[in-house]
Design a protein around this ligand. Structure first.
Ligand code: GLU
Length: 419
């Protein structure tokens, strides 16, 4: 990595997991160096006209970690704390994520240092279109395909698709995934990450000897990933007893009505306005005595400092790096099963792959077909990771990294180093 760029906690976590896998796989040192480095990165500073007529200069990034297995793929994050180091870490996670579920993409990530909640809709549109133009040096349907992430969604993807299409002179729907269905988005993309998490979480509960019917769940984060996960787990017969967002959450031993909570949020209310439940903080939610804990907020929520208080028996990491390596060690000692981020939250990129393939063929699938294929891919990936974890006596995270890193290493080796 370039010494002049400040690191980040998330980058340290990403490097820790890769280094562990490289060591455990006894990977050749030259190959290790290739896979550990970021292939390509672009930092842009660009002006946006604000609604009051002034200009503000924003900073954005697009980072491609590795493209040995296919075009780069990964989301765009709009967050005030976004850094280049975080984009590098998240791009690395994308490389391993695509490899562990077997979709033919490399890993990328990008974003803008901005709090999108502070911008009006026209400011957000101008920012997105200008940022798209700035990173159009790198992105395109056969090179690098962005998608939503924290702070972005279908509307931003529509603006990106339209901007790239305006420059091309014709519609290029495959240039971005997570679009509205009316312009080539895939059925099932919106809930895909949550559906993938729900699929592997239920398998992990069953493997731990916990009947998923009636199993208790706490979900941290009630954005697109957390709310869909909560809905799908409740629909699968689990009892969601606690949810939270950045402002705190609610807890009811009898179970929460997820539809009512979603409606409340859509009306602009707070989760705490939900009647018939106790309020709780995010820290309290993480230590509830539940069968399944699903952290879907931000990185490093469970660390060496608070992991001893976590009482869940299974954790499915909805957010990337929700558990840091110190947290992993504490939980492993206590026999808590962790379904790692690169497997648990890969449903988004799986359906992004389906969306990209549908756009390239201009042939669209019914929701049932998308969801069935997603469940099949996630179930197969989970089984492979679980089998490796048992045969090698390593954690699910280590097993997932073994499969992913070995796969990318093999692709790199067989292609050879040019020239
Ligand atoms: N941002 C999502 C992720 O981190 C989706 C990426 C994609 O679909 O390309 O997995």
């Amino acid at each position: 990595m370039t010494a002049t760029v400040q690191g980040s906690a998330t980058l340290a976590i990403a490097q820790h997991h890769f280094d562990t896998a490289a060591r455990q796989l006894d990977l050749d040192p030259s190959l290790t160096a290739v896979l550990r480095h970021i292939k390509r990165e672009l930092v842009v500073h660009f002006p946006v006209e604000m609604d009051d007529g002034s200009f503000h200069v924003y900073t954005g990034f697009r980072v491609q970690h590795n493209i040995a297995r296919g075009p780069a793929k990964g989301g765009l994050r709009y967050h005030p704390a976004m850094t280049l180091a975080d984009a590098r870490a998240l791009a690395m996670f994308m490389t391993w994520k695509a490899a562990v579920v077997g979709v033919p993409f490399g890993g990328a990530k990008g974003g803008v240092v901005v709090d999108p909640k502070l911008l009006g809709p026209t400011e957000l549109e101008r920012l997105t279109r200008r940022f798209t133009t700035e990173i159009s040096l790198l992105i395109g349907p056969d090179r690098d395909i962005p998608a939503p992430d924290i702070g972005t969604g279908p509307q931003e993807m529509a603006w990106i698709m339209d901007t790239l299409s305006m420059h091309a002179g014709y519609s290029v729907p495959a240039s971005v995934t997570g679009k509205p269905t009316v312009i080539g988005g895939s059925e099932g993309r919106h809930a895909a990450t949550g559906r993938g998490i729900a699929t592997v979480a239920v398998q992990a509960l069953n493997d731990s000897g916990i009947d998923s019917a009636g199993a208790t769940v706490a979900v941290q984060g009630f954005g697109q990933v957390g709310s869909n996960t909560a809905h799908l787990l409740a629909a699968a017969g689990l009892r969601v007893v606690a949810v939270s967002d950045s402002r705190g959450g609610v807890h009811s031993g009898a179970g929460l009505d997820i539809h009512a909570l979603t409606a409340l949020k859509e009306e602009g209310g707070a989760l705490a306005d939900y009647g018939g439940a106790e309020t709780l903080t995010n820290d309290e939610l993480l230590t509830l005595g539940v069968d399944l804990l699903v952290p879907c907020a931000l990185e490093a929520q469970i660390t060496g400092a608070n992991a001893a208080g976590v009482r869940a028996r299974v954790i499915a990491e909805g957010a990337n790096a929700a558990v840091d390596p110190d947290g992993d060690a504490v939980l492993a000692d206590r026999g808590v099963l962790i379904v790692p981020d690169i497997l648990a939250n890969a449903g988004g990129v799986v359906v992004s792959y389906f969306e990209w393939a549908q756009d390239l063929q201009t042939f669209f699938w019914a929701p049932g077909e998308v969801n069935a294929r997603l469940r099949e891919v996630m179930g197969r990936a989970y089984d492979a990771v679980r089998a490796r974890s048992q045969s090698q006596n390593v954690s699910l995270r280590e097993a997932a990294y073994h499969i992913a890193v070995a796969n990318v290493a093999e692709a790199t080796e067989v292609r050879g180093i040019y020239p």
